[in-house]
Design a protein around this ligand. Structure first.
Ligand SMILES: [Zn+2]
Length: 282
């Protein structure tokens, strides 16, 4: 879509299947299964919809999907796509990984940061986008790289440590302008320093929500996922993010919805927010 002076596309970082209960936390199964179907292993289908913003000067990629480093067992558990799913997605726009100037990571979980790095022919883990600056919240980096035992399943160091070693890392603090028209919104909630990304050009805007609202099934403020580390904070920030989108008539860019990558929203008495218009998956 055209967003003011920016060209904006959602591109696939790969699809996968994940336990449905884990994605709906305390919401009873009898309720959430009305909104999404499960397979024979009780898993739901999810996308990793990344965002490509072409500003005219820079090619900016927001999040990178799960990438190509999963082992056989992980790939089987998630029924994820083999190879580097982002590469053909970028090729559809005539781009290679070398053409990406800036990569913004909402947080450092595997399904957002896994594609940030890859294994080269010599078996070393290297940045997947050789010419990009990678933008991460400083606090997210600190938490993810600290190897806290209580977070051992949440972060995998090979997904991001080589970004620093290669000198391609830019750490930011809070709600800063990453590039003209592209701003970080430090939301916390899902992780301590999770960020949404606000994209504004001309009179138009869009917000990449990250895991603040992972699918359009999660619009009710209280529908959180089991991986949310700061549940109350998420429940406070989510109506702020969704409300901003609804009140300004902006696009909501959604990372994991299986059917829609973007939607416009309105406030709704029953489910807090409702979808009014969607963009199909290309
Ligand atoms: Zn996450």
């Amino acid at each position: 879509m055209q967003l003011g002076d920016f060209e904006l596309h959602t591109i696939s970082g790969g699809t996968y299947w994940i336990d449905g209960g884990s994605m709906f936390g305390v919401v009873p199964r009898t309720v959430w299964t009305r909104y999404i179907s499960v397979d024979d292993k009780d898993r739901i289908h999810q996308r990793t919809s990344c965002v490509l913003v072409r500003t005219g000067q820079k090619n900016v990629l927001i999040d990178t999907g799960y990438g190509s480093k999963m082992n056989e067992k992980e790939q089987k558990n998630f029924s994820s796509e083999p190879g580097e799913p982002l590469v053909p997605s970028l090729a559809a726009f005539g781009l290679t990984p070398a053409d990406i100037d800036v990569v913004v990571l909402s947080h450092l979980h595997f399904d957002h940061a896994g594609g940030a790095t890859k294994v080269d022919n010599a078996g070393r883990v290297i940045p997947a986008f050789p010419n990009a600056t990678y933008v991460v919240q400083r606090q997210e980096w600190a938490t993810a790289s600290a190897e806290f035992p209580e977070l051992r399943a949440a972060y995998s160091l090979p997904n991001f440590m080589s970004l620093k070693e290669a000198g391609q890392l830019r750490l930011i603090d809070g709600n800063v302008e990453i590039l003209p028209g592209i701003k970080a919104w430090l939301t916390g909630g899902h992780t301590e320093a999770h960020q949404a990304i606000v994209i504004e050009s001309g009179n138009q805007g869009a917000i990449y929500m990250g895991d603040v609202c992972p699918t359009f099934r999660h619009l009710p403020t209280l529908w959180c996922i089991a991986y949310d580390l700061e549940l109350l904070k998420l429940r406070r920030i989510k109506p702020e993010v969704l409300g901003t989108i609804a009140d300004r008539g902006w696009w909501a860019l959604c990372d994991h919805d299986p059917d829609h990558v973007a939607a416009k929203l309105r406030r709704d008495d029953k489910r807090d927010f409702a979808v009014t218009e969607t963009l199909p998956i290309l």
